[in-house]
Design a protein around this ligand. Structure first.
Ligand SMILES: [Zn+2]
Length: 205
């Protein structure tokens, strides 16, 4: 899956679980970010494609890295509130209808929530990479969730990488939420449509 797709899975997943009602927007933003963390293992390729290519989809795409980075992100978040700080900074450039408040101090979000959201949504990233894989002359990428302890790779390609279906479906869901509200209901519906699409697409491909 691409970065925008992983981001939308994070936002819709957080809405579907009702995290926005319980903890506010920072947890939704944190979920969107956590959804992309495994792909940070592709960053070294920006500097040296040949030397680091083998690390992409390995170094960050495993439970060991997921737990370590989730604890690290959750701890820095609770300590420095960086999601709220970045959010407030970004809000300055958005239309005035977008109101972002820092909401903290009175009811701080526990670190355990951020750790769980981090681990949960990074694990969903692995599943997304397993089902959206290969196609168009590309070979399927095997995800190795137990690396570096186990080297077994898993893949279950349902749709080829680059298929626009998931983007269209999830964008539709988010536009619906922006227009009508009811974030939790529309998110659950969107995710059901998305999963049905994946299976139908693989069945009739
Ligand atoms: Zn990935």
């Amino acid at each position: 899956m691409t970065t925008p797709e992983h981001t939308m899975v994070g936002i819709l997943g957080a809405f579907a679980l009702g995290l926005h009602n319980r903890f506010g927007w920072p947890v939704v933003a944190f979920a969107a970010l956590a959804s992309n963390v495994p792909d940070l293992d592709g960053l070294p390729m920006l500097f040296d494609m040949e030397r680091f290519e083998f690390g992409h989809r390995v170094w960050g795409h495993n439970f060991f890295a997921i737990v370590v980075t989730s604890i690290l992100l959750a701890w820095t978040q609770v300590r420095f509130n960086w999601v709220q700080r970045v959010g407030c900074y970004v809000a300055r450039f958005l239309p005035s209808e977008v109101v972002i408040t820092e909401q903290r101090a009175d009811s701080p979000i526990p670190m355990s929530v951020f750790i769980l959201v981090g681990i949960g949504f990074q694990s969903v990233h692995l599943v997304c990479d397993m089902v959206v894989s290969g196609g168009q002359g590309l070979s399927a990428w095997f995800v190795k969730p137990f690396w570096p302890f186990g080297k077994t790779g898993f893949v279950y390609p349902l749709i080829p990488w680059g298929d626009v279906g998931p983007t269209v479906i999830m964008m539709g869901g988010l536009i619906g939420i922006a227009k009508y509200g009811r974030a939790q209901f529309i998110s659950v519906l969107t995710l059901i449509v998305l999963i049905s699409y994946l299976f139908c697409r693989s069945y009739w491909a």
